[in-house]
Every structure is written in structure tokens, then in C-alpha cells.
Design a protein around this ligand. Structure first.
Ligand code: AMP
Ligand code: MG
Length: 418
């Protein structure tokens, strides 16, 4: 059977991503669009800044009038206007005069230059409410200095953002400057999360013998949220086909783009998740040459994409980072699906079993560059080892021994991906 083939991590990821398409778009408020992907081009509706203004607190004047200025003999000009930042039509300045001007205030008509207050005899002390009658300029400046021209940031009609752009705080700023209160972005994928296992109890439950709390639901929901999805926690399904089916059906009824389960995908007698998906859809792969997380099932359940990660919390998170993260990001319209990574020098030696391994490490910036340190146990049941880690060190398939000093790639778990 095709789905029984042991796939390489990259083959499996390609197979999964090849069927993933960007979702349709929706309109949201610009202030809530952080981390979303733009679904329209943005043109500047007018010049930005809309008018010529001063970039410093100082004096607006004509550069030609102060060409002879020096620290020893300042050029004295009468101050005929006082221009704060604020609304109003630009004032007019005659030749041979200066206007006191504040940062962001409109340059008066007739002025071509601003001299910062520090280059004058005006002390500029706070509390000098009134402009002086005269000002002595102590240094010449180039014509146009300290003037922000209209449209110097964005020209009217210029395309300033492009559909497909990822919206960071600076893009949100551009949207606001361009007067966009609402903006078209790619919709967020809805992901339903199911935990499976007879031994699992809800977080609030008192533990009985043989029971463990469901850590994966909350952890996977947090990961879904971190990578742009809208998680719904379905709860715990028992290790019975009917129970798993019932809960997956409930998720489909409420409308979900993706189904994500943990546990029940190995070869144990009660691992029913894979067979449920096979019975009502197809499993594209379920064995990947990866550690941790060899049993990871991908397919479709009643037409909806389904990813089943192993139950061990560390395996669940590693499989999520490898498979679910890029899939979610592709659904969200992200162009860059790469996990932020660095080249590291391995400080402690590691052993592996020849599968492509994602080992928990702490990566620190040291004198020789980034260095990866062990966090101790690589047992996939030790969730606190992930708490100590900040990176996953990738050991290529086929390697069983990583010597100290070796250069490898590490995925930085918490670095934000632009
Ligand atoms: P499984 O993949 O179902 O064979 O589970 C592997 C191991 O992970 C078992 O020890 C389970 O008890 C544990 N496990 C499974 N699901 C969860 C969960 N949601 N939270 C914490 N541990 C889990
Ligand atoms: Mg189980």
C-alpha cells in the first residue's frame, strides 16, 4: 500500500503542501491586521506627507539670506511668523525674514530651508512661549535642508503595498498613513483539535490511577494561534472508532478547514485514528523517517484535510512545526514557509538512530557564533525539555553520531518569521 511507505521528511512535507491552497480573503480593520497577509494592492491616495514641512524645530527661511553666517558673525533676521504643527493653510514668508517653525509644521510659502534651533542664538528653552523678535543664524545650511517635501515618502497613486505582503507593524502604519481603516486580507484557517486516548483526562480533572492530563490540546491550540490559525479544542476522544468519528464529524458540522489530532496513530492495538480516516477518506502517508514523530498521518477525512500527530507531547510539537506550521502558513497566504534557522556549532555530542532528527537544544550566541547545547534527555515524553530548549537541532537522515564541533542547522523555535 502506497501510504505505508516510509517517506523522507521533505517528501512528506511536499506531498502535504502540494494540496494546500491559499484561503479566500475577508475585510478586517487595519488595526487588527497584524500578522495577516494582504489580499489587495494598496495605492497612496495622495502625496504622503501631504505638504512640505519642517523636520526640525528651528527657523524657516531662504538659504541665500544666511549664506554669510558663521559662529563669529551670525546673520540676524527678523522673525515675522511663528508656525506650530497643526491644521491651517501655509503662511507666507518674505525674503530676508525668518519664521519660527516646529517639527511637522507646514513650511511657509517663500521659505526653502529650515535652520535647526541649535544653529541659532535661540536657546529654545522650554517655556519660551513667544518667538523672539530677531534671530541670529550662526551657520549656513544647504538649500532644502531640514525640509520634508510633499510626497517624499509616498507619491499619490504609487503602489506602496502589494497583495501577498505579510503585515508587520510597519505595514500597518503605512495602511493608516494611506487612510485605510479597512483592508482585504487572507482569511484565517479554522483548525479543530482532537486529543485521543483512554488514559487522558481534562486539565481540570482529578487524576485517577493510570490517567494523565491532556497537555496536547492546549499546546497545539497555542501553536495553531501562533501560526495564524483559529483553533477550536474539540476535547478528548476515547480509543474507539465511533468516538473519534463522532468528534471529527462534529468539527465538520461546525465548519473547519483542517482537522488536527494527537495520539492514536502508531501501531498499538488501540490506535484507531488512522483506520477511521482511511475508512472515511484516504491516508496519504503515515510513516515518516523522522525523530521524534515517525508515525504522523496525513490525509483527508470526508474531504477535509486531516493531520494526525503522535501523542507524546514532544513528538506532537515537533511534528506540528515540521508539517502543520508550513501548511497553516500556506493557507494564510504566507510566501515564506521557512522556519527561522541559524547555522550552529554543536557543543555537546549527540547520538541518533539514523532518522532525520529534531533534537531539543539551547542555542546561544557566543564568541565563535551560535552554539547548540544539550538540554539533557531527548525522551519524547519529557515536555519540560522543550521548555528548557529554544531550538531544534536538525540531524540529517543517515547520521547516528554528531561529534562536538560539528556545524548543523537549528530551527529557532520562538523567532518571528517575516
Ligand atoms: P499515542 O501516540 O496515543 O501512542 O500516545 C503516546 C504517549 O503520549 C502516551 O504515553 C500517551 O499517554 C501520551 N499522550 C497522548 N496524548 C496525550 C495528550 N493529549 N497529552 C499528554 N500526553 C498524551
Ligand atoms: Mg494513545
Amino acid at each position: 500500500m502506497e501510504s505505508d511507505k516510509l517517506l523522507s521528511v521533505s517528501e512528506a512535507r511536499e506531498r502535504l503542501l502540494s494540496g494546500v491552497e491559499v484561503l479566500e480573503s475577508e475585510t478586517v480593520n487595519s488595526e487588527s491586521a497584524l500578522g495577516r497577509v494582504l489580499a489587495e494592492d494598496i495605492l497612496a491616495p495622495h502625496d504622503i506627507p501631504p505638504f512640505a514641512s519642517s523636520s526640525m524645530d528651528g527657523y524657516a527661511l531662504q538659504a541665500a539670506d544666511i549664506a554669510a553666517a558663521s559662529a563669529l558673525s551670525g546673520v540676524v533676521l527678523p522673525v515675522t511668523a511663528d508656525i506650530p504643527a497643526g491644521p491651517g493653510i501655509p503662511q507666507v514668508l518674505s525674503k530676508g525674514a525668518a519664521a519660527r517653525i516646529m517639527t511637522g509644521a507646514p513650511l511657509p510659502v517663500g521659505a526653502d530651508t529650515v535652520v535647526p534651533i541649535e544653529m541659532t542664538d535661540d536657546s529654545g528653552r522650554r517655556g519660551d512661549i513667544h518667538a523672539p523678535q530677531n534671530v541670529s543664524v550662526l551657520s549656513p545650511v544647504e538649500r532644502g535642508d531640514y525640509v520634508r517635501l510633499a510626497g517624499q515618502d509616498m507619491r499619490r497613486g504609487e503602489q506602496v503595498l502589494t497583495g501577498g505582503d505579510y503585515l508587520r507593524p510597519q505595514e500597518i502604519g503605512v495602511l493608516a498613513a494611506a487612510g485605510r481603516r479597512r483592508v482585504l486580507v487572507v482569511r484565517q484557517p479554522r483548525v479543530a483539535i482532537l486529543s485521543t486516548g483512554d488514559e487522558l483526562v481534562d486539565v481540570g480533572a482529578t487524576l485517577g490511577p493510570g490517567q494523565v492530563r491532556d497537555a496536547n490540546s492546549f499546546m497545539l491550540a497555542s501553536l495553531v494561534g501562533r501560526y495564524g490559525g483559529l483553533p477550536t479544542v474539540l476535547g478528548i476522544a476515547r480509543d474507539r472508532n465511533e468516538d473519534v468519528e463522532k468528534m471529527l464529524d462534529r468539527a465538520l458540522d461546525s465548519g473547519t478547514d483542517w482537522l488536527l489530532s494527537s495520539g492514536g496513530v502508531s501501531v498499538g492495538a488501540f490506535d484507531c485514528v488512522k483506520s477511521v480516516v482511511e475508512r472515511h477518506g484516504e491516508v496519504s502517508f503515515w510513516r515518516v523517517n523522522m525523530r521524534p514523530g515517525k508515525p504522523v498521518a496525513f490525509g483527508h477525512y470526508k474531504g477535509t484535510p486531516f493531520l494526525g500527530v503522535p501523542g507524546n507531547p514532544v513528538s506532537a510539537m515537533a511534528s506540528f512545526e515540521v508539517f502543520a506550521r508550513p501548511a497553516l502558513q500556506k493557507l494564510c497566504g504566507r510566501r515564506n514557509l521557512d522556519k527561522p534557522s541559524v547555522e550552529v556549532t554543536v557543543r555537546d555530542e549527540f547520538t541518533s538512530d539514523g532518522r532525520e532528527s529534531y533534537l531539543r537544544v539551547v542555542v546561544l550566541r557566543e564568541e565563535e557564533g551560535y552554539v547548540a547545547h544539550s538540554v539533557g534527555s531527548q525522551d519524547s515524553g519529557i515536555l519540560t525539555s522543550l521548555v528548557r530548549a529554544n531550538a531544534l537541532l536538525i540531524v540529517p537522515a543517515g547520521e547516528t553520531h554528531v561529534a562536538a564541533g560539528r556545524q548543523l542547522t537549528a530551527w529557532m523555535l520562538d523567532w518571528v518569521q517575516d
